[in-house]
Ligand binder design. Structure first.
Ligand code: AMP
Length: 385
């Protein structure tokens, strides 16, 4: 019997534990919070990631460790890795924790990225703006997620306001300016690599964000085969370079058929939640298969799937539950403005049938705005059936 330790006890850990039960896996989740939502479905150890006594107890009780959260201190991950196998490797986590090292590596691997420049003082901001130009986005190098710790600069005149907003964090996290990409849309590749190097990717996913937070994902994205192959080749090159084990996501901007990488998430990813019902093997199950050294499952899609994120509070479930292929995921979290509290996935055999189901459910929930771009894409002339 294998016990998988998960650092971080949010919804990703919760869905990992739910996916691992049929495989006979046991879990132990470590999180600083008593009400971490994974604790509702798996044993929870409450404590700080930097507390060596807690880490020692965790290490003694698990056979292998993984993450639901990429901002676990790199030193804690390394401390653990000296005692128990940790997947993905803390070195991969460290690359993804810092936007500068991440973008530098992507560029070295020949994966196009927007122009960027790191800095940590006010004069450095001006130099960075001169280098990447405007418009651009200033981001914290570390600890940013879901558009948090970001400031959009339209012209050099916004530099003072950007420094006002993020300057205080410069010494703690470092800052980076990235050229603003006037993308047509956003895509992600969710992929998995096993301990023996086997690599598989799910079909490319199209993503819609609102205020920097994922709102909806659709798979397949309906991209031409060449774009799909290019995206998967980027993901594969990155995974092989990092000797990565487990699931990860590569977030991409698409502009006039050209891909630019935004960032890598070294864990199961929100844009892969649709795989629970929309693919032969979900991202959660394949992540566990990879970290536990089991054979990977097929990443083949089952028709068309759309995931809708619920932020702040859960809507009424009935409109989704009434759908023939509607699936409901309540993370068991307290409602809070902007918080990811759950999601739903609708699946169907054809793009047209999925569009109809989305329109019906979106209307019943008063969420027409959230489903509209997805429905439009599914109904567009080029959409695959
Ligand atoms: P991130 O936290 O870097 O994933 O950014 C969150 C979202 O902000 C992305 O999914 C995009 O919608 C947007 N964004 C981030 N970076 C850029 C960029 N360089 N150009 C345009 N939009 C961006």
């Amino acid at each position: 019997m294998i016990t998988v330790g998960i650092l971080g006890g949010g919804q990703l850990a919760r869905m990992l534990a739910l996916a691992g039960a049929p495989l006979g896996l046991r879990f132990l989740v470590l999180d600083p919070s008593h009400d971490a939502c994974a604790g509702q479905v798996a044993p929870l150890l409450v404590g700080d990631y930097r507390d060596e006594a807690i880490l020692a107890e965790f290490a003694a009780r698990v056979d292998v460790a993984t993450f639901d959260f990429e901002n676990v201190p790199a030193e804690s991950a390394q401390w653990l890795a000296a005692r128990v196998p940790v997947h993905p490797d803390p070195a991969a986590l460290a690359v993804a924790q810092d936007r500068l090292s991440e973008k530098t590596l992507l560029r070295e691997l020949g994966i196009p990225v927007p122009d960027f420049a790191a800095f940590d003082d006010r004069a450095g901001l001006d130099a960075a703006l001169a280098r990447v130009g405007t418009p651009c986005i200033v981001k914290t190098r570390r600890f940013g997620y879901d558009g948090k710790g970001q400031f959009r600069i339209k012209s050099p005149a916004d530099a003072d306001a950007a420094w006002e907003a993020l300057g205080a964090q410069a010494s703690r996290t470092g800052l980076i300016a990235e050229a603003f990409v006037p993308f047509d849309y956003e895509l992600s590749v969710v992929a998995v690599r096993a301990r023996d190097g086997e690599f598989r990717a799910w079909p490319l996913t199209r993503n819609w964000h609102v205020d920097g937070v994922l709102s909806a994902s659709l798979a397949p994205a309906g991209e031409p085969e060449a774009v799909q192959q290019a995206a998967i080749a980027h993901a594969r090159r990155l995974a092989e370079h990092l000797d990565y084990v487990g699931v990860f996501a590569l977030e991409l901007f698409c502009r006039e058929g050209r891909l630019l990488a935004n960032e890598m998430a070294p864990r199961v990813h929100n844009s892969g939640h649709w795989t629970i019902e929309g693919a032969e093997t979900s991202q959660f199950e394949n992540h566990l298969r990879a970290v536990a050294g089991l054979p990977l499952g097929s990443t083949r899609m089952l028709g068309h799937a759309c995931m809708l994120n619920w932020l702040g509070h859960m809507p009424e479930a009935d409109a989704i539950l009434r759908e023939p292929a509607g699936h409901w995921h309540d993370y068991g979290k307290q409602p809070r403005e902007g918080r990811k509290v759950g999601h739903a996935t609708l699946r169907d055999d054809t793009a047209a049938a999925l569009a109809t189901a989305l329109e019906r459910a979106g209307g019943a929930l008063g969420r027409e705005e959230q489903v509209r771009p997805v429905v439009e894409l599914l109904r567009s002339p080029g959409a695959s059936s």
